[in-house]
Design a protein around this ligand. Sequence first.
Ligand SMILES: Nc1ncnc2c1ncn2[C@@H]1O[C@H](COP(=O)(O)OP(=O)(O)OP(=O)(O)O)[C@@H](O)[C@H]1O
Ligand SMILES: Nc1nc2c(ncn2[C@@H]2O[C@H](COP(=O)(O)O)[C@@H](O)[C@H]2O)c(=O)[nH]1
Length: 210
Amino acid sequence: MSVVRGLLIVLSGPSGVGKGTVRAAVFDREDHNYVYSVSATTRQSRPGEVHGVDYHFVTHDEFKELIDQDALLEYAEYVGNFYGTPIAKIEEELAKGHDVFLEIEVQGAMKVRERMPEGVFIFLAPPNLGELENRITNRGTDSQEVIYERMQKAREEIELMKHYDYVVINDEVENAVDQINAIICSEHLKVERTIEKIQRDIHDYFQKGD
Ligand SMILES: Nc1ncnc2c1ncn2[C@@H]1O[C@H](COP(=O)(O)OP(=O)(O)OP(=O)(O)O)[C@@H](O)[C@H]1O
Ligand SMILES: Nc1nc2c(ncn2[C@@H]2O[C@H](COP(=O)(O)O)[C@@H](O)[C@H]2O)c(=O)[nH]1
């Protein structure tokens, strides 16, 4: 029997809203078949970040080579650094029936939407912008200048949330996780129902011909 292709789940939203935190909590569920798409970036690694796990940390030349080789599903420049999604792993995992999670900013998500509109696009929103600023600040990874730039970006990004299939507010991590799990279940059901409908149609068509 052929394997049903996995879902491409694009979790997007402003920096610091909690995408990584929520995604890790979604992955903590025991019985999942999720795979995380590790992005390439020209950003310097932060303390504790592991090459190949959190990101593929690459030079500008290496990033340019990925673009030239058409190895990225999408890429974007974000606050002075490049970020991109390697395509090969995604195709491989979807074909195995695994659900692939992308955790990317909004310009990139819109490009994925053009290339893979069958994806499930979830915008993670902060309860309010003051709380977003607190989260980025308390994370302690960015200078005041970078925090300012990320907050300016957040304003533009929130304007684009209307282009997503779902908006989830990350007030409490557990609430956001429950909503995302419910979205994924319902998207799987949609795919199963569509397959059943097509199979019924094929069955009915050939019965008529008998
Ligand atoms: N619901 C929440 N309530 C309070 N703090 C939260 C919540 N979700 C995440 N945080 C905290 O906010 C900070 C930013 O979270 P995280 O790094 O997961 O965001 P992100 O969206 O992945 O950021 P980036 O896009 O910059 O990688 C972290 O310190 C995290 O612990
Ligand atoms: N368009 C893409 N955006 C990405 C990708 N990987 C991560 N990101 C997003 O960039 C910002 C900044 O990330 P940070 O790790 O420096 O805080 C954040 O919104 C990430 O989600 C990608 O492959 N493409």
